[in-house]
Ligand binder design. Structure first.
Ligand SMILES: O=C(O)CCC(=O)C(=O)O
Ligand SMILES: [Fe+2]
Length: 298
């Protein structure tokens, strides 16, 4: 903590020593936390604890100061028309998979091979067993390992977040912190939904601040020797891993209800290893959900 860069407006009696100006260090402190998925109200609490006055907290947190937008602001029809869906009509690589029951897209070569390699190296630095949010679920449902690369404050991941957010056309604050998954031989993620079933305790716990999951943006980081496809059994489509290829789908219907046709299975790797980035978008973030300058990117 670099205290010398801060200006204190101390009262003579010493009762309140409030920090009133912001520094690069505290901006980093604030935004690394917000990027990592720490809720705005918690970041605000930490800043208060560190002695900042309200004005300084406003300038540190900017759009996040007022917290996530209310659930009543969510426009599900607009989510179903996210800029990516329009871009797919003319983009040379991005295309919609012909499956009328769900919005499913593939984008080959979305990431450059060197970026994939750097993300794999970062993933391998800090692996943990993958979990599912349902404590009662079969422990064999997801046997891969995961890495919370979105909480490391790494520049590369922040750039990746921007790239994904711009590609989809939805601001990164409407997403969970970025994760990677590594599957070794015989590891898989059995058929599941990325959304939380409304009315369950799971939904209550995992959606209370951020709302439901909306779009999933997944990227394969390597070519898998054998196996490891992503199977959408109700759509009768299987996407095969290819280094840098993104698979993107909307877990919801245009009316906001969950779409069970999006059930998918990360199939067993038969030979080699498989790495994927998973980025789950959410109903609630701060600021504009569809920033205007994202829509201009072709
Ligand atoms: O690895 C895959 O192909 C699918 C991963 C997945 O569905 C997930 O992480 O939610
Ligand atoms: Fe999934």
């Amino acid at each position: 903590m670099i205290v010398t860069s801060l200006h204190y407006s101390g009262h003579k009696d010493g009762a309140a020593m409030m920090k009133t100006t912001v520094s690069e260090e505290w901006l980093t402190y604030t935004w690394v936390r917000l990027r990592s998925g720490v809720e705005p109200h918690e970041v605000k609490r930490q800043l208060i604890q560190n002695g900042f006055d309200d004005q300084a907290i406003r300038s540190l947190m900017r759009d996040a100061y007022n917290g996530r937008r209310p659930i009543s602001d969510v426009d599900h029809a607009a989510l179903a028309r996210a800029p990516l869906t329009l871009r797919a009509k003319s983009h040379p690589q991005l295309r919609r998979i012909p499956a009328p029951k769900a919005q499913l897209y593939v984008w080959p070569n979305f990431l450059a091979p060197e970026t994939c390699d750097a993300l794999i190296a970062l993933t391998d630095e800090r692996l943990r067993a993958s979990t599912t949010t349902d404590a009662f679920a079969d422990p064999k449902i997801r046997t891969s390992r995961s890495s919370d690369i979105g909480t490391m404050g790494h520049n590369l991941v922040m750039q990746l977040d921007e790239l994904i957010a711009e590609a989809l056309g939805i601001h990164w604050s409407y997403s969970d912190a970025t994760q990677t998954q590594r599957y070794d031989v015989n590891q898989e993620y059995k058929a599941h939904y990325d959304y939380f079933t409304p009315g369950t305790r799971d939904y209550q716990v995992h959606c209370q601040f951020t709302g439901q999951r909306t779009w999933t943006f997944m990227i394969y980081l390597n070519d898998v020797e054998e196996g490891g496809g992503t199977r959408f059994r109700r759509l009768e489509k299987t996407i095969m891993p290819e280094k840098g290829k993104a698979v993107i789908w909307n877990n919801l219907n245009p009316d906001g209800s969950v779409n069970p046709y999006t059930i998918h299975h990360g199939m067993k790797v038969r030979s080699g290893a498989k790495y994927v980035i998973t980025k789950w978008f959410r109903e609630r973030g701060w600021g504009e959900m569809f920033p205007e300058d994202y829509s201009r990117i072709s």
